[in-house]
Design a protein around this ligand. Structure first.
Ligand SMILES: NC(=O)c1ccc[n+]([C@@H]2O[C@H](COP(=O)([O-])OP(=O)(O)OC[C@H]3O[C@@H](n4cnc5c(N)ncnc54)[C@H](O)[C@@H]3O)[C@@H](O)[C@H]2O)c1
Length: 438
């Protein structure tokens, strides 16, 4: 296909995925702000629901090519290849020769980075293979299944010099980033507490409408504790400069009994169906308390097994005031009326994150309120500029290992469990990321 044909295809593709002309122009402008020049070539491993949606974002970015696709399901590989071609790019190499075919993908010589959106237990193996092959890694969450695997990620990244990013899109949500900006400007004063939670009815991704058990159900059958901590803890860890001036020292964790998944299975398949009597290990609501080295406490919830509206809580408080994500309200001692909440909108003009001011409208045309867009863009820019990734391997390990630490605490009557210091003391001298414009 000639160049004109490719450009037309790309235009058509961007139209198909819902970016209007304004967004397209803004997107083109981005090429200048995002370190123009070098094309970044990505390989995708796992192109189910999440993989495809991040692939569409990658294809919408200037100077990004998707050059390899891997999935155990052949039809998913060809669907993703079709998307890439429809975007005006050459058909990427496909890999679907079994569960370890990602090992061939990471060796593809023209790739700069490998992104994975597979089931959880495969994230670390794919990232380890990618780093060993000299590629940047970007992984969906959690990055690892246990403490040993977390150390392996850290040590492999240090040894190979290849960064590994936890693609924690929730850190890029508009209110999360605005609070980060405010915390950096000391608006809340000396911080003492955060309360966060992944509280989202996601039962349907464990048991589908036909009553079939999906891979997430297998995990719930085998494990207790907080199985998906990073959407909630990631934002709090950034607000608190964890691994950059402070660190998580220990946690205690407790899970409620399990009744939710059996109830759900009964609703879908009837009371006599064997799923209604499955012995799920995962309690319906997990509550964890974390203490940092500075003495700050964080309450962390995991609550996805019963019907409920979404609420990530996202509370932060200190000597000068408090923000509540549940209410989306703020109280600051020197600005608000005593004991009264204020609408957060009153602070957006002053404190909105510069990226949201610059690219917010474009971002919102993508998933998770626009956070997916900023997350992929931040990753791609680090790869292009050969810099450290914004959510690095130490953060990936620290946030992800909460799955294993909470399970251990829950199984031992909520006994305190120490966090490994994956930075080996470097947290004392590492400095927080500045608030920067993409
Ligand atoms: N950041 C977010 O907001 C967000 C949202 C949804 C899912 N996720 C994460 O993304 C990941 C994928 O979730 P999903 O909902 O897309 O699941 P999914 O089941 O829809 O997709 C997983 C894909 O991985 C493929 N796969 C399985 N084993 C493989 C192997 N050995 N090699 C290559 N491919 C393999 C499957 O065939 C499937 O296409 C999970 O880690 C999930 O937690 C993140």
């Amino acid at each position: 296909m000639n160049k004109e044909g490719l450009i037309n295809k790309r235009r058509q593709f961007i139209k198909t995925i819902g970016l209007g002309t304004g967004a397209l122009l803004a997107n083109r402008g981005l090429a200048f702000s995002s370190g123009s020049g070098r094309t970044v070539r990505l390989g995708f491993v796992g192109v189910g629901a999440r993989g495809i949606s991040m692939l569409k974002i990658a294809l919408s970015l200037e100077g990004v090519e998707v050059a390899a696709i891997c999935d155990i399901l052949e039809d998913r590989v060809s669907r993703a290849q079709d998307f890439v071609e429809a975007a005006g790019q050459p058909r990427p190499q496909g890999y679907s020769r079994g569960p370890e075919d990602y090992k061939r993908l990471v060796e593809q010589s023209n790739l700069d980075a490998v992104y994975t959106a597979t089931p959880w237990h495969l994230h670390a193996p794919v990232m380890l293979a990618a780093m060993k092959a000299g590629k940047y890694g970007g992984t969906e969450m959690p990055a690892c299944s246990g403490i040993d695997e977390a150390w392996e990620l850290v040590e492999t990244s240090e040894k190979t010099g290849m960064p590994c990013m936890l693609m924690e899109n929730y850190c890029y949500m508009q209110n999360v980033q605005m609070i980060l900006n405010m915390a950096h400007q000391d608006v809340f004063g000396d911080l003492s507490h955060c309360e966060v939670g992944y509280q989202h009815d996601t039962r349907y991704v464990s048991i589908n409408a036909k009553g079939e058990l999906l891979w997430r159900a297998e995990d719930k059958l085998a494990h207790n504790g907080n199985r998906y901590p990073t959407h909630a803890i990631g934002p709090a860890a950034q607000w608190l400069d964890i691994n950059r001036g402070d660190r998580f020292e220990y946690l205690v964790s407790m899970s409620s009994r399990q009744v939710g998944m059996n109830h759900y299975a009964k609703r879908i398949s009837g009371p006599d169906h064997p799923n209604a009597r499955l012995d799920f290990q995962l309690g319906d609501v997990n509550t964890t308390l974390i203490k940092t080295n500075k003495g700050i406490t964080v309450t962390l919830y995991y609550d996805c097994q019963t019907p409920r509206p979404v609420d990530f809580i996202w509370r932060i408080q200190g000597t000068k005031g408090i923000y509540s994500g549940t209410l989306n309200k703020i109280h600051l001692e020197d600005r608000s009326r005593p004991h009264q909440w204020e609408e957060t909108s009153a602070y957006v003009q002053e404190y909105d994150h510069p990226n949201w001011k610059k690219e917010g409208e474009l971002a919102k045309s993508h998933g998770h309120g626009g956070s997916d867009y900023f997350c992929m863009l931040d990753f791609v820019q680090a790869v292009r500029n050969r810099t450290e990734v914004p959510i690095d391997v130490y953060d990936a390990a620290t946030w992800s290992v909460i799955t294993a630490l909470t399970e251990s605490s829950v199984n031992h009557k909520s006994q305190a469990v120490d966090f490994p210091d994956f930075t080996r003391g470097k947290w004392k001298s590492r400095i927080p990321h500045p608030i920067k414009t993409i």
